[in-house]
Unconditional design. Structure first.
Lengths: 319, 661, 186
């Protein structure tokens, strides 16, 4: 049994419901035990470090220090790129800079030495033995499903903190997607920032970021975007109706009423479903869409499901 | 009894504005052993030298100290001067009171005091100096030029025209190098092949040039004037003496491999000439891909060859030694593997992102598309082309720290060619700076803008596909605006780096390379075509990025140096070399691996040891031709048996002692 | 301290040297937020080179940078612009120079954390929209998220949220704590 200290992140309790269900399903199937850090608190992304470095480091350190004390033999894993970036950076700074460690320990009033590593889901799903376990659990493989794997910026950069080698065209998620039968497309926005960090306080300015990502994925032939972060997930998904309306407006040359998006959802060809990589793995491992609560997605994922599965040993499985 | 003369130079006002030269001369006159001291405005000038010679006669001086500029500057000048007197030219010391004093200190007492100290040290040392005599070594009147690109070709022709024998060695099956791959050359736009292939023919026809293609240097022994080079002639499997070059074998060869010469844009057979105008114009068999040589099944070329016994599958590589008096390294450059450096430019996964040399083949009349610019992915003619400069250059993090010098110009040339050949084409050139320091270069840049090329100041940040084509994203730094250019073809003007194998080859000759791997010249300004190894010269881009005019100029310069050397029957060697006191040498061999010039060997001698009259023992020997007098061995010697003549330990210690007097 | 010295101090903290930048624009060229910034990453470096601290502190850049690190990743001289931007943001906050929306969000965010210890989306977005005078921002998604119970009024607070609030106060006053002489240790 592989075990990790698990930092779920705030989104896991709310907007990322279906991803959380999928995580539980997938990690249960492949025998990875995620031991939740007790009474973990928000990592502070992305406001805390905007205000001050001490707060930006101390918030993650509180949860990390608990794990270090109570689960000393376990590395930490989190499923959110923002949390990952903050936890990993805290670890890095505490290791690299004695005065940062002193500061952090003073503020959290507990010892913290950053003895263990911080990983994201892609890190822990990629080793060959884990891939082998995933392969064993795969019961059905998607047919003709073209997937644009979106890694997000914070799972990858900054390089000196994450140690990621290929920061422009990473392959870890593509390879996981391939296990499910999906065909990863070659596209240009794998690690381009989606702007989730400022989706509230700079809503107008960050909209183009997500829009460019969505449009490039579609232009490169993807049927679905896969994510490894609930913040990216929400940010890419939530406003697709708005973007579709804006595209229409740009074509017509005049603006329409925003709240129309609620009553008149855009046609399917104007949107692209967004799934987390664990949701895709769970589906491929046989989880039903009801069990995974795929209905919570802002953009209907029926397009992915209707692609169907490959006819390998038995007749085609439909959900 | 030493009678030392001290001469203090003002160097115009270079020294005298900082150092009180009169005071220095006065102080010098009081130093032990000094019988005469004087100062003068320009010691190195004709009257200055005459003044010294007169003083030697008048005061019967037998040792000289000159307090002036660095010995690198004028030591040889004054040594030559001493040849006119009866003083041995090594009984001279230079006190460097310019670079080591006047130029680095503010005017005042302290600078003068330092000058006096420096003179005192020189006086102390010169008293201990001993006369040295240079020896003469014979010279083999034949030159080796390694590398058959335009640098090697030019150097070989120049030396041969001067009447000396030359061996031009090239590892590819044909000479021509990079230049024959190019289409047109800036700034004149004359066809590269039209001006280089005649030179290639000249090489093959020249009575003084022996051309060795498909050959490599395997080993090097010897020293200036007397090199012995082991040459490895790779098997060509085609008898070059009887082959008529008819080309039937090439047509019939069933094996096709990617053509290196066409940068992967076309295929070539396993039996091949590098390109149609190759010199020699006879094919070789590439043994790595030939079906017959790999698994013994085929033999078609031998069957179709009209000349009996011309194709010989049994041929073997041959190694042999040849003697040379001088060597020119002209190993050239290659373009960096940008795909391995720039993930943000697609890391090579977009076929329509190509480097400049690939574009040269694409636009070349004798290239795979016969000069029609067709993009590699689908053969379509591109309408919008983006040219990106400084890819791998000026990038210490991912590429090379240096500027590759030629790219600004060939980028302009590429733009011109695209606009010339494709009607209605649009060309965007992303640049950081436009560098055109050459004759008619700026004018060429002007013309390119007139042709319609749009220069965008900014380094492209990334290149991605939008599903239909390529998008180049960067900042127009002059507009302060992010721009995205949708391109049909992207040409990356990539950095030059030293050619494959240049490092090992340089090592064989004992020459050194700089931090970037380019061969190090002996002095960047004053000895630009010499390496630190006597008799080994360099030409062209092996020394650093260069365009064709500079390469040819440097090749001729290197040739002139070689001609100068080969014109002598024998040459003087510097006597300031390591000397071994055989009685002290224990034969431990510590000095041997330390010598960077491989000048030290261990030898067994027979000598009288106590009561043994014929005892055998090992001692170190210094080869006077190889030793460059660096002194590394003297420090390594445990018994203190090695001294550097002219810089004996005792002499240097005297100098140090003098500082504290 | 003069602006010149402050700027130098910010650059030292960020480990950025102004002379490393030769203004090639590769950073701004790839910056996802460049279109919205009044001073793009290259401009920040330019201001650093000419000593114009005020322009940096008053730019919207320091509030809009998402910290994606694409610029430094591609920079040929490894100039860590985001680190400089971060230091400049702290300095701006110290001087009370704020971009209004960022100020509102950050304050709401920290208040939210002090209350619950975790991020409560309803409270965060709701309070922000009210205080930033943007009542309709993202309102179209609310019915869906409410109906699927993705967000709601149910608080998800941590047990030791009192402790956490104190922790946050200690962090916020760290500059004062650290400058107390007996506390300093390097």
């Amino acid at each position: 049994m592989i075990r990790y200290a698990y930092f779920p992140g705030c989104a896991s309790e709310s907007t990322a419901l279906s991803t959380t269900l999928a995580n539980n399903f997938v990690f249960g199937r492949i025998g990875i035990d995620l031991v939740e850090i007790k009474d973990w608190n928000c990592c502070g992304a992305t406001s805390a470090h905007t205000l001050s470095e001490p707060l930006g480091l101390a918030l993650p350190a509180r949860s990390l220090a608990w794990a270090e004390k109570n689960l000393p033999e376990l590395d930490v894993v989190t499923g959110c790129a923002s949390c990952y970036a903050r936890l990993k950076l805290t670890n890095y700074r505490v290791r690299q800079d004695e005065s940062a460690r002193y500061m952090v320990e003073k503020i959290i009033e507990a010892p913290y030495e950053a003895k263990r590593e911080v990983y994201n889901f892609l890190d822990i799903l990629s080793p060959a033995d884990v891939r082998g376990r995933i392969e064993e659990q795969i019961v059905r493989r998607f047919k003709n499903l073209k997937a644009a794997c979106y890694y997000g910026c914070l799972n990858i950069r900054p390089a000196e903190v994450t140690g990621a080698k290929d920061r422009e065209n990473p392959q870890a998620m593509d390879e996981l997607a391939r296990l499910t039968g999906a065909e990863p497309v070659d596209w240009g926005f794998k690690t381009e920032c989606c702007g989730a960090a400022h989706q509230n306080d700079a809503a107008f300015e960050t909209r183009p970021l997500a829009r460019r990502i969505l449009e490039n994925a579609r232009a490169c032939g993807a049927d679905v975007i896969l994510t490894a972060c609930p913040m990216c997930q929400l940010n890419l998904e939530m406003r697709q109706a708005e973007y579709a309306r804006k595209r229409k407006d740009e074509k017509r040359g005049k603006a329409s009423f925003p709240l129309l998006d609620v009553v008149l959802p855009p046609p399917e060809k104007e949107t692209i479903p967004v799934l987390s990589i664990t949701e895709l793995l769970a589906l491929s491992m046989g989880a039903g869409s009801g069990r995974l609560r795929l209905d919570v997605h802002h953009v209907p994922v029926s397009g992915v499901l209707s692609k169907g599965f490959r006819d390998e040993n038995e007749s085609e499985v439909m959900i | 009894m030493s009678k030392i003369g001290v001469f203090v130079c003002h160097c115009g006002t270079n020294i005298s504005s900082v150092v009180d030269v009169y005071k220095v001369a006065e102080a010098a006159a009081q130093m032990p052993g000094v019988s005469y001291a004087a100062e003068y405005k320009y010691m190195c000038s004709e009257p200055g030298q005459q003044m010294i010679l007169d003083a030697i006669k008048e005061h019967g001086l037998n040792r000289i100290v000159i307090a002036a500029c660095s010995p690198r500057m004028h030591e040889t000048t004054f040594r030559k001067m001493l040849k006119k007197s009866k003083i041995n030219e090594y009984l001279l010391e230079i006190a460097n009171i310019r670079e080591q004093d006047a130029w680095v200190h503010p005017p005042g007492e302290e600078a003068t005091e330092k000058a006096i100290d420096l003179v005192r040290m020189a006086v102390a040392k010169v008293a201990k100096n001993e006369p040295l005599k240079s020896s003469l070594i014979p010279i083999t009147k034949k030159a080796l030029v390694v590398g058959g690109g335009i640098a090697g070709i030019q150097a070989a022709l120049d030396i041969a025209d001067a009447g000396h024998e030359v061996v031009l060695l090239e590892r590819e099956p044909s000479i021509g190098g990079r230049m024959v791959m190019l289409d047109k050359t800036f700034p004149t736009l004359d066809c590269s092949a039209c001006i280089s292939t005649p030179k290639m023919v000249d090489v093959s026809a020249h009575p003084n040039i022996k051309l060795l293609t498909y050959a490599e240097v395997a080993a090097v022994k010897g020293y200036i004037g007397n090199f012995t080079v082991t040459i490895r002639q790779k098997a060509k499997y085609v008898n070059q003496d009887i082959c008529t070059g008819c080309g039937i074998c090439e047509d019939k060869c069933p094996k096709k491999v990617t053509s290196e010469f066409n940068k992967g844009l076309s295929d070539r057979p396993a039996i091949y000439k590098l390109f149609p105008q190759a010199v020699p114009a006879k094919p070789v068999i590439d043994r790595e891909t030939c079906l017959m040589l790999q698994n013994g099944k085929c033999g078609i070329c031998a069957k179709v060859c009209p000349v009996e016994g011309c194709i010989d599958y049994e041929a073997k590589d041959v190694e042999y030694d040849e003697d040379f008096g001088a060597v020119i390294l002209a190993t050239g450059y290659k373009l960096v593997d940008w795909g391995g450096m720039y993930d943000e430019y697609g890391a090579g996964r977009y076929p329509d992102v190509i480097d400049g040399l690939t574009f040269e083949r694409l636009v070349n009349a004798s290239g795979p598309t016969e000069g029609h610019i067709q993009r590699p992915s689908d053969g379509k003619e591109p309408k919008t082309v983006v040219i990106v400069k400084c890819v791998g250059s000026r990038d210490p993090k991912k590429g090379k720290p240096y500027c590759s010098r030629a790219c600004c110009m060939y980028a302009a040339k590429h733009a011109h060619q695209i606009l010339d050949k494709i009607h209605g084409a649009r060309v965007f050139i992303f640049y950081i700076d436009v560098r055109t320091p050459g004759k008619n270069y700026e004018e060429f840049y002007d013309q390119t803008r007139k042709d319609g090329a749009v220069y965008v100041r900014g380094r492209v940040s990334r290149i991605y596909s939008d599903g239909e084509g390529l998008v180049c994203q960067g900042e127009d730094t002059l507009l302060n605006k992010q721009v995205r250019v949708k391109a049909d073809l992207v040409v990356l003007e990539t950095a030059m780096e030293p050619n494959e194998g240049a490092g090992e080859l340089t090592g064989l000759f004992g020459a050194s390379r700089d931090v970037n791997g380019w061969i190090q010249e002996a002095h960047p300004k004053l000895r630009p075509v010499e390496t630190q190894v006597g008799g080994v010269f360099l030409a062209g881009a092996c020394q650093g990025p260069k365009d064709i005019p500079d390469t040819v100029a440097q090749a001729s310069a290197a040739a002139a140096k070689v001609i100068g050397l080969l014109n002598q029957d024998e040459m003087e060697t510097s006597p300031m070399i390591a000397a071994i006191d055989e009685s002290k040498c224990s034969g431990c061999g510590a000095c041997e691996p330390i010598c960077p010039y491989r000048a030290i060997t261990l030898e067994t001698i027979r000598s009288r040891e106590g009561r043994f009259t014929n005892a055998e023992r090992v001692i170190a020997k210094v080869n006077a031709g190889l030793c460059q007098g660096c002194g590394a061995c003297t420090v390594a010697c445990r018994t203190g048996a090695i001294d550097l003549l002219g810089f004996r330990n005792a002499q240097i210690l005297t100098e140090v002692d003098a500082l504290w007097q | 301290m003069t602006d010149q010295e402050t700027l130098q101090e910010l650059m030292d903290k960020a480990d950025v040297r102004q002379y490393d930048c030769y203004q090639c624009g590769k950073c701004s060229g790839g910056c996802p937020m460049a279109d919205a910034m009044d001073l793009k990453p290259r401009g920040v470096m330019r201001c650093a080179q000419v000593g114009s601290l005020n322009r940096i502190l008053n730019s919207n850049t320091i509030w809009l940078c998402t910290g994606c690190y694409a610029c430094v990743d591609r920079c040929p001289h490894d100039v860590n612009v985001p680190a400089l931007i971060e230091e400049a943001r702290y300095e701006a906050a110290r001087r009370g120079i704020w971009r209004r929306d960022s100020e509102v969000l950050n304050k709401v965010f920290v208040a939210n954390l002090k209350m619950f210890g975790r991020n409560h989306e309803m409270v965060l977005a709701g309070l922000y929209n009210v205080l930033a005078l943007k009542p309709a921002q993202d309102a179209q998604s609310v019915p869906h998220m409410m109906s699927k119970k993705l967000i709601g009024i149910r608080p998800h607070s941590i047990k030791e949220n009192g402790e956490l609030a104190k922790l946050i106060e200690r962090a916020e006053s760290w500059d004062k704590l650290a400058s107390a002489p007996q506390e300093v240790k390097k």
